[in-house]
Design a protein around this ligand. Sequence first.
Ligand code: FES
Length: 103
Amino acid sequence: MSQESLDIRFRRAVRRATGEVTVEVDGRPIAVGEEDTAAAAILLAGALPNRLSAVSGSPRAPYCMMGACFECLAEIDGVPLQQACLVQVADGMRIRTAKGSPT
Ligand code: FES
C-alpha cells in the first residue's frame, strides 16, 4: 500500500476544535489532537504495519479502535504491549511500534 493511499484512508473526516500535543512515533514527532489515542497517532504517522503477527508474521495495524482486537499493541513511554487504542495521548509521549512478535 502506498503512502498516498494510507494518507487518504486515514485522513480525518472531521477536524475537531481541540488543542494539539506533540508525540513521538518511532522517534518521529507528530502533532495530534489532545483527545486522540496512541493508536490514532500511529495511524496518523503512517507507522504501519505497527507489528507483525507472532504466528504467521503477517503485518498488522490498529483495527477495532475499542480494545477488542489487540492489533494495536505498542510500547508507550517504555511500557511494552500497551493497547494503544485505549491510551490517550499526552504531550511528549513516546510510542514505539513493535515490528516483531509480541513475546
Ligand atoms: S485497535 Fe483493537 S484493541 Fe486496539
